[in-house]
Design a protein around this ligand. Structure first.
Ligand SMILES: Nc1ncnc2c1ncn2[C@@H]1O[C@H](COP(=O)(O)OP(=O)(O)OP(=O)(O)O)[C@@H](O)[C@H]1O
Ligand SMILES: [Mg+2]
Length: 261
């Protein structure tokens, strides 16, 4: 942050203004996003929670430039991101490791597409930190669920973008592994000073990781934004602190109102 000039520091990493997304499938019109407003400041960790099908992945796809909104503005670092891929590093909801490539070959996909000569050395230097030492030449089916997610995360980090969009990266993991991965991700985030926009179904995960949490409604709008008042570094004991419990109550109430509708 310190290297940024005053103006640049004030420009959000991600900004959505009045964003709508509409799909037409076999004549049926689905409005996946309705008037979405969201900002993520540089270096911030922001989560989005919401019921299944409310448009979370759609929103990340729009920011990543894979899809286009039907209305509204989307900016990454102050520039329009509509239809521009490559401005952010996007880790999609499904772990998309290529089964015929090893861990290392999967990790270097981004640098390979850019034709970087030292890509394998760069990836190898990171294997330790990603808990993949000794698995450079293993294929995805030989890795555990947590290892696959870390390999996909390494590939995302090696895209060398300031902003990471992570779509339920720990959704398929057991509770213990998930907790370990959350702490590991916070370590990486602190060390690499990236901006993160994180999608999850898990309220506690969102609070534990984030500076702010948005709740999306079933109708594809942002209905609530909660600032998380917990010091960093985060520690597991904080999950019983009054501010954690208060944030959890507020978010759960908002989320339950959606699922009971
Ligand atoms: N390419 C598409 N074509 C048609 N409809 C789509 C497309 N992408 C998403 N949708 C629709 O948009 C809505 C939002 O889907 P999206 O995948 O963004 O939800 P989500 O919040 O990520 O759900 P989940 O929590 O289950 O991952 C759904 O009704 C879905 O069917
Ligand atoms: Mg999704």
């Amino acid at each position: 942050m310190s290297a940024l000039s005053g103006n640049a520091a004030a420009t959000p990493a991600v900004a959505l203004r009045g964003v709508h997304a509409t799909y037409t499938e076999r004549g049926l019109r689905v409005e996946a996003l309705h008037d979405v407003n969201l900002t993520v400041a540089r270096g911030e960790f922001v989560s989005v929670i919401g019921p299944s099908g409310c448009g979370k992945s759609t929103m990340l796809n729009l920011i990543a430039g894979i899809d286009r909104p039907s209305a509204g503005e989307i900016a990454v670092d102050g520039r329009s991101a509509i239809g521009h891929t490559g401005l952010v590093a996007h880790m999609p909801q499904r772990d998309l490791l290529l089964p015929w490539r090893t861990t290392l070959q999967n990790a270097v996909l981004g640098p390979e597409l850019r034709g970087e000569p030292d890509r394998e050395a760069r990836a190898l230097a990171q294997l330790d930190r990603f808990g993949l030492e000794g698995f450079a030449d293993a294929y995805p089916h030989m890795l555990s669920g947590g290892m696959r997610q870390r390999a996909a995360m390494l590939r995302t980090i090696l895209l060398d973008r300031d902003t990471l969009l992570l779509d339920e990266p720990f959704g398929a993991l057991d509770a213990l592994t998930r907790g370990e991965m959350q702490e590991w991700l916070l370590g990486i985030w602190t060390e690499l000073a990236r901006t993160v926009l994180f999608v999850t179904h898990d309220v506690e995960e969102a609070i534990f990781l984030s500076d702010r949490v948005y709740v999306m409604s079933r109708r594809g709008t942002m209905k609530l934004e909660v600032a998380i008042d917990l010091p960093r570094p985060r520690e597991r004991e904080m999950t019983t602190s009054p501010s954690f419990v208060e944030a959890k109550r507020t978010l759960l109430r908002s989320l339950l109102a959606e699922t009971q509708r």
